[in-house]
Design a protein around this ligand. Structure first.
Ligand code: 5AD
Ligand code: SF4
Length: 437
């Protein structure tokens, strides 16, 4: 009888790709994906702990499964990812949700098959959390779900220890995959028909640091030189490691998309220092100037945090100023979330919730107005969109242009995975709406 799996993913693209790896393991075991968790023989929660709300979301969903597990005693429930990797969290999770069968962390995802077989032969829950051993997974066979885009890990972990961030504690030290392995993975994806490769890492700019392998710009150049029409993206970049060589490499290789996600976090030097970001506002703006020197039209996006401990109204206004100055194409905006074990969690002057809420509302309004400004410039222009899906609500096909902007158009299923020229007629916030030409 066919058995089914269902995976719930929380958090970033890194987790989305890791869920593809989990799906690969389950497919290998003979399971097939199903849309509803109620029909699953194995349910996997791939969790995130970067902010409290991501954590609460996962806890809430795991809690809701208790009833289902009582009805389907043979169903296997597995919980993995960043949340379980946090010190002491696996035991707490087991106490709170004793019906969870398997708990694993970020460093042993590749052993999930072994844990499932172990659980099937033993009655006891399997709780396995491993420490960072510098291990670099190779040879996994992800069950990819994002055609025509394919995610490719280039680095794992992070050494930056931004004072608010839990990632270095749950993902371990930064390590880079060998460039040959990355290039051959990209080559086989392109020959399999993928049209967009996104290189993934917490800080892709420091790829290869401390080794005699390629630098990040050299790696980009090598991947971009693979034959065929495709786009190359990467995320995320740390401003301190963004170099002129990278800007030059981007400008010289048309396959590399004209967009850069460069998280600034704050526009105040005092806050940046307390965040341990290792750059000043001036240094950040100098890097934007370098980027624009090589690619004046490059779209710049960012991440911003409000309500960091000690952030004054003046600091916040400096963030607003910086956002206007850079004129970001779009931005992810976050309210600071206190994460146990980080340096910032021990700082005095935690900001009251109502102050942070007021600041985020003002910031979101500003970001939205800039985004609308960028969108309005598109009207009347023809852009090349890589069609990646169908939007049920809008009943239109969708995809992004090389600047990363989402466009919608009336198309056909044949457009999926193709580059389509679309003349933009209307802009609706971040989304562009047009017609095929
Ligand atoms: N609180 C709020 N936002 C955070 N980020 C990371 N840690 C936190 C936190 N504790 C944000 C940063 C980062 C993005 C991935 O998540 O802006 O760039
Ligand atoms: Fe977290 Fe900073 Fe590393 Fe990004 S660079 S993952 S924000 S510690």
């Amino acid at each position: 009888m066919q058995k089914y799996f269902h995976i719930k993913t929380y958090g970033c693209q890194m987790n989305v790709h890791e869920s593809e790896k989990i799906a690969g393991i389950l497919t290998d075991l003979g399971y097939e994906e199903c849309a509803e968790i109620e029909n699953a023989d194995i349910a996997v929660f791939n969790t995130c702990c970067i902010r409290e709300n991501a954590e609460n979301h996962a806890f809430g969903n795991i809690g809701m499964l208790k009833k289902l597990k009582l009805q389907k005693r043979d169903m296997i429930i597995a919980v993995g990812g960043c949340l379980t990797q946090q010190m002491g969290k696996a035991d707490g999770l087991h106490e709170k949700f004793p019906y969870v069968d398997i708990i694993f962390g970020t460093h042993n995802l590749h052993k999930l098959k072994e844990y499932i077989l172990l659980k099937q032969s033993a009655k006891k829950p399997v709780i396995k959390i491993e420490e960072d051993s510098g291990f670099i997974p190779e040879g996994d066979k992800p069950f990819r779900t994002s055609y025509p885009n394919a995610w490719v890990n280039i680095t794992y972990g992070c050494n930056n220890f931004c004072s608010y961030c839990i990632v270095p504690y749950v993902r371990g030290r930064e390590r880079s995959r060998k460039s040959q392995n990355i290039i051959s993975e990209a080559q086989s994806l392109i020959s399999d028909g993928y049209k967009e490769i996104t290189l993934l890492g917490q800080n892709v700019n420091s790829y290869g640091n401390g080794s005699d392998d390629l630098s990040f710009p050299e790696l980009l150049k090598s991947v971009a030189s693979i034959d065929g029409k495709f786009r190359l993206r990467f995320m995320t970049s740390h401003p301190k490691d963004f170099s002129e060589e990278l800007a030059k490499t981007m400008s010289e290789n048309p396959k590399i998309c004209r967009c850069l996600h460069l998280p600034v976090q704050s526009g105040s030097d005092a806050v940046l220092k307390a965040m341990n970001r290792k750059y000043t506002v001036k240094e950040y703006l100098d890097k934007i100037d370098i980027l624009k020197k090589y690619m004046p039209n490059c779209a710049v996006t960012t991440d911003l945090i409000v309500g960091f401990p000690g952030e004054t109204e003046e600091d916040f206004l400096q963030t607003m100023e910086l956002v206007k100055k850079v004129n970001y194409a779009s931005a992810f905006t976050f309210v600071y979330s206190k994460r146990e074990g980080t340096v910032a969690s021990r700082m005095p002057n935690q900001i009251p919730e109502e102050v942070s809420k007021d600041r985020i509302m003002r910031l979101v309004e500003l970001v939205n107005s800039l985004t609308r400004g960028h969108s309005s410039k598109y009207i009347g222009q023809t852009v090349e969109i890589l069609c990646e899906g169908f939007d049920e609500k809008k009943q239109m096909y969708l995809g992004r242009d090389e600047y990363g902007r989402m466009g919608y158009f009336a198309g056909t299923a044949e457009d999926l995975g193709c580059f389509v020229n679309v003349k933009i007629k209307k802009a609706n916030g971040v989304s562009l709406i047009g017609e095929k030409v």
